[in-house]
Design a protein around this ligand. Structure first.
Ligand SMILES: C[S@@+](CC[C@H](N)C(=O)[O-])C[C@H]1O[C@@H](n2cnc3c(N)ncnc32)[C@H](O)[C@@H]1O
Length: 768
């Protein structure tokens, strides 16, 4: 149901239903921090009412925290969320950027005050590995007024645009960390868009040697077609030959086929080492940024999400290898979307799954244990039932044929055995974050299973499947269908084909020769996206498992949207023939396979010239780079710059270069160019940066002109006033004092000339 359609009158009183039903029966008047009733409506900084009586009553009934903590909880939920950002990329470059933040920006952001209040500098998050995450808690209004913070903000914007920094909610960073992904892991992100967690998972896959291609894989899936394209954009920043993006309903994720391990033959279903099920949810943990939830929150919405969440988790569990890990997470506080889903999934899994104890994994992160007791709202009025039996009893005479609440929404009888306390709920007041829920399930190896388990579970499983389907008669067919689910999304699949390029393809061979690539370059792993085999424009590189998958699966069935990294593109013309050039995204993949003559060496002075204009001539460059450029005959090279003068920047920059007859330019998009310039030279020397500066200068000049005009206007007005005063003096001498120039002078005392001018302009515009 779209959020916009939820209609909740949050000032209504709840119906009082006769006992023994427990009903949320408060006539809500709002509660002050001391719990006393008050009629004041809370509003947050946006002026939006930020209390919802049903929300509070429901969660008070759930006991999600001790009653004494409600004031702190509500206060946190009403406050704007601090900005958190994560330094991304390969280990060495991320560490370097982090050092830059510490050495170059942090000192200037420390010890600052605003209106006599101390301003906190960005804070490094202790529990995030290598300290790569920072939290900044500063109102925009204040930020705008502090030049040091504005400079830092500019740096963040540039590096974010260039894909080196990712703004991401702090709590959302937890599930990928718990999964502990290694470069050889086969990983799936079932509900991946917009992709911040996928980006973390890709980084983990690439956590080995920066230049080596991971042997593992990330399948990043989302059922929403448009959102998969957001995902491509986000993951594209961390372009990986081990990434594929798909667009299916995760609860029916189609089995991906791969050849069986020898000596077996034929195809088998690909099984995963790690799966993330960051499922769709009601999202009430995101109240701090999605303020409309205060108004739209519905007491039964969680029940509505439960079934899909459970089906997605169960499908993930089925695709996991024994010994593998699956993280389940939501940004909802509701136990029906959290503990209830976990309990039902564990109980339907033949003792194959256990909740992992991850309490010591992220030292410093404050979490609350998962709950083993909760209650379920069975109608919009907020009638609560503690057990399914009570619910059935209440419903026995009901003629209401609408969808019933599933039994799995309630705690199961064996809830005490499931170790739900190992799940983690994160509350906003603990570390100034959004609210979140996460748990890690481990699929036990077959050898760990008790022998009796297999039989007991078939009947349990049937019952659960029957419940999820809602129609006992249809149970069989559905169970069979689940063995070989069809990917479902609705909508046709009309993506360009993914066509691997034959190794003897003459165009490709010719093109590769001009690029100075070594025979070790995996040209067998290159594909082009086009319906015609002969049309090769953009060339993508994948790893071998991705190639195997593409060769053995119907890509329309897995609804493949994107995969691999664009490494080379053709910029030739039909007349001149192919002219391949390197793409920035693929440089680290090319580097191990390029001959020394394919790399040009440049100084930071050369780099500055390359950044400052798109195609500087050879003549503009300093030696020895100028001669090196002159002596080359090809068009596509990598340029290596050692930032030797820098204390912090130690990693060489390797950038793609296009060499024309008398000029050579970097193949970098505007944003990457600006970010690199700011990072190395402390200013944006790029053409875009200059334009921006020019625009800013023009604005300043205009403002100055306006100031001058206004000053002239003030002078003229003053002259007029003087004339007036002269006249007034004449009159006063006969008629006594009036509000005159002295009052104006008093009002403007202490104002600068510009302020006076501005006040004149404002005054003018008000009047005029
Ligand atoms: C909580 S968001 C995921 C956020 C994402 N993991 C991230 O960190 O950027 C849930 C996602 O699930 C997707 N979704 C909803 N129903 C789905 C389904 N049946 N199968 C797969 N994805 C689904 C939504 O389109 C949405 O993008």
């Amino acid at each position: 149901m779209g959020r916009g359609k939820v209609k909740v009158n949050f000032l209504c009183s709840f119906d009082v239903v006769a006992k023994p039903d427990r009903v949320l029966q408060k006539q809500y008047k709002g509660k002050g921090d001391n719990g006393a009733a008050t009629t004041t409506k809370r509003t947050n900084e946006w002026g939006v009412p930020s209390e919802n009586p049903k929300f509070r009553a429901y969660y008070e009934a759930q006991n999600i925290m001790p009653a004494a903590e409600w004031p702190a909880f509500i206060n946190s939920m009403m406050a704007p969320l601090p900005t958190t950002f994560r330094v991304t990329g390969s280990r060495a470059t991320a560490q370097e950027l982090n050092e830059l933040i510490k050495a170059q920006y942090l000192p200037s952001l420390t010890g600052i005050t605003f209106e006599d209040q101390p301003i906190d500098p960005p804070k490094q998050i202790s529990w995030y590995p290598q300290g790569l995450v920072w939290q900044l808690n500063l109102a925009k209004r204040v930020l705008r007024k502090l030049p040091e913070f504005r400079a830092f903000q500019l740096f963040l914007v540039y590096e974010t645009d260039a894909g080196n920094i990712s703004r991401q909610e702090l709590v959302s960073m937890i599930p990928p960390l718990l999964l502990d992904v290694q470069p050889h892991h086969i990983v799936m992100d079932m509900c991946a868009a917009p992709g911040s967690k996928s980006a973390q998972l890709i980084e983990a896959l690439h956590s080995g040697d920066a230049e080596s291609i991971p042997s593992g894989l990330l399948v990043a899936n989302d059922s929403d077609y448009k959102r998969t394209h957001m995902l491509v954009h986000q993951a594209g920043r961390l372009a990986s030959p081990a990434l594929m993006v798909t667009n299916v309903d995760a609860s029916h994720f189609t089995n991906i086929k791969v050849p069986a391990e020898p000596p077996n033959t034929g195809l088998v279903n690909l099984k995963f080492d790690r799966i993330l099920a960051d499922v769709p949810c009601t999202g009430d943990g995101t109240l701090r940024k999605n303020i409309n939830i205060w108004r739209d929150w519905s007491i039964t919405a969680g029940n509505g999400m439960h079934s899909l969440q459970l089906r997605i988790l169960l499908r993930g569990m089925k695709m996991l290898k024994p010994g593998g890990l699956i993280a389940y997470s939501t940004c909802s506080l509701n136990p029906v979307e959290n503990e209830a889903v976990l309990a039902a999934a564990i109980n339907q899994s033949s003792d194959e799954f256990v909740l992992a104890d991850v309490s010591d994994r992220l030292p410093g992160l404050v979490t609350r244990p998962g709950m083993s007791k909760w209650t379920v709202a069975i109608d919009r009025e907020g009638t609560l039932k503690d057990t399914f039996a009570e619910y059935e009893e209440a419903m026995k005479d009901s003629t209401d044929t609408r969808k019933r609440v599933l039994e799995s929404c309630w705690p199961p009888q064996d809830v005490g055995d499931l170790h739900l306390e190992r799940a983690m709920r994160i509350l906003p007041q603990d570390q100034d974050t959004g609210a979140f829920f996460v748990a890690l399930l481990r699929k036990v190896a077959k050898t760990e299973l008790p022998s009796s388990t297999a039989q007991d579970t078939t009947s349990q499983k049937r019952k659960a499947e029957e419940e999820l389907d809602g129609q006992p008669g249809q149970k069989r067919a559905k169970v069979e269908a689940e063995e070989e689910p069809e990917g479902q999304t609705g909508g046709t699949y009309a993506e360009q084909p993914f066509r691997y390029i034959a190794e003897d393809n003459a165009q490709m061979q010719e093109g590769l020769k001009t690029l100075n690539l070594l025979p070790s370059f995996p040209s067998n792993l290159l594909f082009a996206r086009s319906s015609k085999a002969e049309s090769i424009r953009s060339v993508y590189l994948t790893n071998s498992i991705l190639k195997t998958i593409l060769q053995h699966n119907d890509i329309a069935k897995i609804r493949l949207i994107n995969c691999g990294t664009k490494v080379i593109a053709d910029h030739g013309t039909p007349q001149a023939g192919k002219a391949f050039r390197f793409m920035h995204d693929g440089v680290s993949l090319i580097l191990p396979h390029i001959k020394p003559e394919g790399i040009l060496h440049a100084s930071t002075a050369n780099l500055k010239i390359l950044l400052a204009s798109y195609n500087p001539t050879f003549e503009e460059q300093e030696e020895p780079f100028r001669t090196a450029l002159r002596n080359k005959t090809g068009t596509s090279y990598l340029v290596r710059v050692e930032p030797t003068e820098s204390e912090i920047l130690k990693q060489p920059f390797i950038l793609p270069l296009w060499r024309a007859a008398a000029s050579a330019g970097l193949l970098l998009d505007k944003k990457a160019r600006s970010a690199l310039s700011l990072r190395v030279f402390g200013e944006d020397v790029s053409p875009a940066g200059k334009d921006q500066e020019k625009n800013a200068k023009e604005k300043e000049d205009k403002a100055e002109e306006a100031d001058v005009e206004a000053a002239v206007a003030v002078e003229e007005a003053e002259l007029a006033d003087l004339e007036l005063e002269d006249k007034r003096v004449d009159i006063e001498e006969t008629a006594g004092p009036e509000r005159g120039d002295a009052d104006v002078r008093e009002e403007t005392a202490g104002m600068t000339q510009t302020e006076i001018s501005q006040s004149a302009v404002v005054q003018g515009s008000l009047e005029g």
